[in-house]
Design a protein around this ligand. Structure first.
Ligand code: ZN
Length: 432
């Protein structure tokens, strides 16, 4: 999942003392259908040893988003290379991080893309009871940073890939492992631009293995986070009318955002599959001014729009800019033509809204044994794949309730369910 405090209040949950496995937090996937939305629980024995040791290997790489992920990527590249699968690495501008893309099986027919991010959120400031970068097994749980979000998914793929190859892939399996997902799906954009968009034969379906407890998620909200710089005109506060107060003009924009937020809350549109069921707008930080006796020249605030897939985040931003231009700017410019507002895009991702009858949805339902589909409030890379023309759903092991938290864990049952999912995928894409 993506976004600081990702989209659901899990990191700020006050239920830190509650038994984690019994949480009923609002950030779990919401089921649209009432019938059995839980994946069937056959094949939920213990995961294979190869999978367990691969989870240990991947968790041991400290791939916190602000650090390099290259060691993990090189390990994956070497692992694939031993299986005769070539990798393409797409590095970031610093060369310290890379995405990996690989195809197992034929390249001239469209395949199934399995996608996951390699970065994890920081452990600093969290109260861990074990080494976050060493898997610690306590009863049926594997504790460690990234066990749920989302190295176990990648580990299952790597551990079972030899079986796919042995059984003879007729439909290719594409693997996309990205960097910097947690800070706004940064890496995968470059992977899409530099590599996937130029493929002769594009993948026909994408499964993003973010933790959904192997439920099939077809929708999530989009997000845009922005920064506004308000530029005023400084002067002595005794002469306030001859200046332009940047803090006050910024406050007018913040208040406008608040009115927009209330409008969505009161008038919708609503989609009850989401919690909250409407688009939200929120200002998170603001800073400005230097001293009380100076009319402030500068003020900056950060805000975000989390839109239902059907709502247009750009149109919402356009409303704000129109208010600034029509209502505030004329008075400001009358004092000083250099005053004004500058808007800066910080991060974001598009919403996901894959139809229930899309082939990728039906495939993921068949593989997971889940009858229902769900929508979630956290964001993923699936929206970007979908926008790039590759139909996508989210389905992976582990619970979002454990993601980003101290003592993050995944149950071995979830890992085994993911293995069962991959073995059913083998039945679909392999010769024998
Ligand atoms: Zn994630």
């Amino acid at each position: 999942m993506t976004g600081p405090g990702a989209d659901a209040p899990k990191s700020e949950n006050t239920d830190a003392d509650a038994p984690k496995s019994e949480n009923t937090g609002a950030d779990a996937p919401k089921s649209e259908n009432t019938d059995a939305d839980a994946p069937k629980s056959e094949n939920t024995g213990a995961p294979g040893n190869k999978t367990l040791s691969m989870i240990e290997r991947l968790v041991a790489f400290d791939t916190t988003s602000h650090k390099s992920n290259l060691q993990l990527i090189e390990f994956v590249r070497d692992t694939l290379s031993e299986l005769g699968v070539e990798s393409v690495l797409v590095a970031d501008e610093t060369g310290a991080k890379a995405n990996l893309f690989a195809t197992a099986g034929p390249k001239d027919v469209p395949g199934i893309l399995l996608s996951g991010h390699t970065d994890v959120v920081p452990v600093e400031g969290q109260d861990w009871h074990s080494d976050p970068f060493k898997v610690t097994r306590i009863e049926g749980r594997l504790h460690g940073r990234g066990t749920a979000d989302m190295k176990s998914f990648i580990a299952v793929i790597l551990a079972l890939l030899p079986e796919f190859i042995e059984r003879g892939l007729e439909t290719p399996l594409h693997l996309a492992f990205s960097h910097d997902e947690e800070i706004g799906c940064v890496g995968v954009r470059r992977l899409l631009d530099r590599h996937i968009s130029g493929m002769d034969v594009k993948p026909k379906a994408c499964i993003v293995g973010e933790p959904t407890e192997m439920k099939v998620v077809t929708g999530h909200k989009g997000k845009r986070s922005l920064r506004c710089h308000a530029r005023g005109h400084e002067c002595h506060s005794a002469l306030a009318p001859s200046g332009v107060n940047a803090v006050e003009t910024a406050a007018e924009l913040v208040a406008f955002l608040r009115r927009l937020s209330r409008r969505f809350q009161d008038n919708g549109p609503f989609d009850p599959a989401f919690e909250p069921s409407h688009t939200t707008v929120h200002t998170g930080t603001i800073s400005g001014g230097t001293a009380l006796n100076i009319v402030p020249r500068d003020c900056t605030f950060d805000y975000e729009i989390r839109n239902l897939p059907g709502d247009d985040a750009e149109a919402i931003q356009a409303e704000l800019e129109a208010f600034a231009a029509d209502t505030l700017l004329p008075d400001m410019r009358a004092v000083d033509p250099d005053t004004g507002f500058r808007f800066e895009e910080c991060s974001g991702f598009p919403g996901l809204d894959t139809p229930a009858d899309a082939a990728v949805t039906e495939l993921a339902q068949a593989l997971s044994g889940a009858n229902a589909t769900s929508k979630v409030s956290f964001g993923t890379e699936a929206g970007l794949f979908s926008r790039a023309g590759i139909p996508a759903v989210v389905c992976g092991p582990g619970s979002i309730r454990q993601a980003h938290r101290p003592d993050e864990f995944i149950t071995t049952e979830q890992v085994a369910l993911c293995e069962a999912f991959m073995r059913r995928l083998q039945d679909r894409v392999c010769r024998s």
